[in-house]
Design a protein around this ligand. Structure first.
Ligand code: SF4
Length: 443
């Protein structure tokens, strides 16, 4: 929608995980309270926010390139404000380095300072500002709602992580795990539903350990039960589940839930016990497979997805082969595959026996080929069956068609009228690729 000339426009870019997207929504919301209207028009923005990710060095380089590009816009419009927030800024010693590299940036905010963004915006009228706390100091409940009026929203249930997987920077930049109070989460979702939201994704680095720090005792299964009964909410998703904390009780609750989607994202990361140990994942291949067996027993229709890293330091051909056999055994509907790359500040970056790049590339391709075939087989089995689809909007690849997702989170493309956007429809599947289902409305 075009904005009046006097209106100030904010463009927010989020890099990385859903946590980063949720933080970016919060920053957009806070700037809205200062009169900024969300926009996608970078060239004419009055405020540009980049919420950063530092999980992979390649992502970091891309973001640095983007921040560099903004210098040109600042030269054209000196009134433009540029704010950089998130994990990259939070890394020990990063602020000083980044400020030197990008003096055209007006606001720097760490992951624990997002709720202070309004003050930082005000102060940036006078000077360049930076606020990066080493640890969270204030209550987590003062962060405002995500952008209103969306069909789907992310809701944080916990922050930080206690797991210290040896390849991961998250515990170092987002701190120890802290659970939000259940009543605050429920209130936030109720408020979102009132604005038209119909699907929430509960977010935490490890949702399954939610509540370990709460009194009286209250865990993730309890939270799911309470969220499931919120009137007006159609779908509840959650991520990410750590296999070591996926209890039978939790699987039972998901199986019995009315609005709890039958989609479980359960990162295995590797199929070899030696590599899992080196990754400090705190489970074995056998334990992981026992969790998969329990899911399949209680929720036979569950769509299970995963994350896998290939080429972790010390990974032999035999270790890699065990990852392939695990994938064949589980039959994931989708997998997010990554080639290990060193992340400074993590334990794995110090490990000897780094795997040569050409071997990592070859293994990644092998993995992708296998998973693509499995994803296709998974979707082909859905042909001829009818699924409930939440209609999200026009398909990006086929704008004359609609797109939406099944409860299992599979993407579906089908012909239909735009009045169906935001509703639940029944679609019979007629064709499939590795990533997409194609179908027709049944009514
Ligand atoms: S569970 Fe492991 S991979 Fe996930 S955020 Fe925590 S340390 Fe990182």
């Amino acid at each position: 929608m075009p904005t009046a000339k006097s209106e100030k426009k904010v463009v927010t870019l989020a890099y990385g995980c859903q946590m980063s997207e949720r933080d970016a929504d919060t920053l957009t919301e806070i700037s809205g309270q200062k009169g900024y209207i969300p926009s996608q028009d970078l060239e004419h923005a009055d405020l540009i926010i980049i919420n950063t990710c530092c999980v992979r060095e390649s992502a970091e380089n891309k973001i640095l390139g983007k921040i560099g590009e903004l210098k040109r816009l600042k030269a054209i419009n000196p009134q433009l404000k540029i704010a950089i927030s998130g994990c990259m800024v939070q890394q020990p010693g990063a602020l000083e380095r980044l400020r030197k590299r990008a003096p055209h940036v007006d606001i720097w905010a760490g992951t624990h300072n997002i709720h202070e963004f309004q003050r930082l915006l005000d102060e940036s009228d006078e000077r360049k500002v930076a606020e990066v706390w080493e640890k969270p100091k204030e209550t987590l409940e003062s962060v405002p709602l995500a952008e209103k009026g969306k069909l789907k929203a992310f809701v944080n249930i916990s922050y930080g992580c206690d797991n210290f997987c040896t390849y991961c920077i998250v515990p170092h930049v987002r701190g120890r795990e802290r659970s939000r109070q259940p009543q605050d989460i429920i209130e936030e979702i109720n408020a979102l539903v009132k604005t038209g939201c119909r699907e929430v994704t509960l977010l935490g680095q490890n949702v399954n350990s939610y509540g370990h720090d709460l009194q009286p005792p209250y865990d993730f299964a309890d939270l799911l039960k309470n969220v499931d009964s919120i009137p007006g909410l159609w779908r509840v998703r959650f991520m990410t589940s750590h296999p070591k904390d996926l209890s039978d009780k939790l699987i039972e609750v998901i199986a019995a839930g009315q609005h709890l989607c039958e989609h479980i994202h359960l990162p295995c990361q590797a199929g070899s016990n030696d590599i899992l140990l080196r990754m400090n994942r705190k489970y074995t291949r056998e334990y992981y497979l026992s969790r998969i067996a329990e899911i399949k027993k209680q929720i036979p229709q569950a769509s299970i997805t995963t994350d896998i890293i290939v080429g972790f330091p010390g990974e032999t051909e035999e270790d890699f082969e065990q990852t392939l056999t695990l994938i064949r055994q589980v039959t994931y509907s989708q997998a997010f595959t990554f080639m290990y790359s060193k992340r400074s500040g993590t334990a794995a970056a110090q490990m000897e026996e780094q795997v040569p790049l050409d071997i990592k590339k070859r293994r990644l391709q092998q993995l992708i080929n296998l998973q693509n075939a499995q994803s296709l087989a998974w979707r082909q089995k859905m042909i001829g069956h009818t699924y409930e689809v939440l209609v999200e909007g026009p398909s990006k690849a086929n704008p004359d068609r609609l797109t939406g997702r099944t409860r299992g989170n599979e993407l579906v493309v089908f012909p239909g009228e735009s009045r169906l956007i935001g509703t639940l429809v029944q679609v019979i599947i007629q064709d499939a690729s590795s990533w997409t289902l194609y179908g027709e409305l049944t009514e």
